[in-house]
Design a protein around this ligand. Sequence first.
Ligand SMILES: [Zn+2]
Ligand SMILES: [Zn+2]
Length: 280
Amino acid sequence: MNVIIIGSGGCVSTPRACCSCRVCTEARRKGYPYARTGCSLFIEDVNILIDTPEDINASLNNSGIQEVEHILYSHCDPDHTMGMRVIEQLKMDWLANSLGKKPENPIEIASLPAILEDIKMQGTKYGSVMEYYEARGLVYTKEIRTLKKDNILIELVPADDQEHVAIFIISSNDKKIIYAPCDVKPFPKSEKFQGADVLIIGNTIVGDILKDGFVLEEDNPLRKELFTLDEIDTIRKQYEIKKVIITHLEEDWGKSYDDYRELEKELNFIYFAYDGLKIN
Ligand SMILES: [Zn+2]
Ligand SMILES: [Zn+2]
């Protein structure tokens, strides 16, 4: 099983346009892995992409992805979905289309029923974007709770009662990776997380001193919305997870690729994602 974190950034990519902070300036000069695109994951063995942030086209190019056969969505938040026009880049051949031809292998768009419904609500004045792609034969949509392909099993665990957010358990043979990119606090309780090899998780605020020396006070509301590193370590211990990789890294945390490498030395079993990080 080969999984690539093709996008490790947060709501805002790094470098942030027009920002001259230390982290963005370095990212602009050095490129990847100092630069980060929006949060997404690719399962290489089965050509499955999870989420389409605005700059997903750049993420796919950077990781050398050859084909996308399925797109799964974790939830409908714009930072995970607003790049859905990548479907046109992957499947729309305007010249063939002018002759009335439709693409041969449409992409499967799949998620929990409530999430799929949310995705279909995203649109322009012309209506639902996803339904437009479906009508054009670029995609077909499917409600799923599990997806089995070759020797890979993906299970979607709802993160909330309304099932508007999914956590993915990707397993193959005796290996198990959990992908919980966003909106997963409080972390749901499930036996299924037990003993995972890797937990890739977003939703985490890294450090008490953030961009431009911003001090995160004890009563800051971000602490309620996002995990702290201590809380992540509690989840790790609770489920006896071997290794945690933090993704969805915000530019606001004020940390560079090198800063994360330094921070890893102070932590046990906790690492930080970067664009193109391969896990096998
Ligand atoms: Zn910046
Ligand atoms: Zn997000």
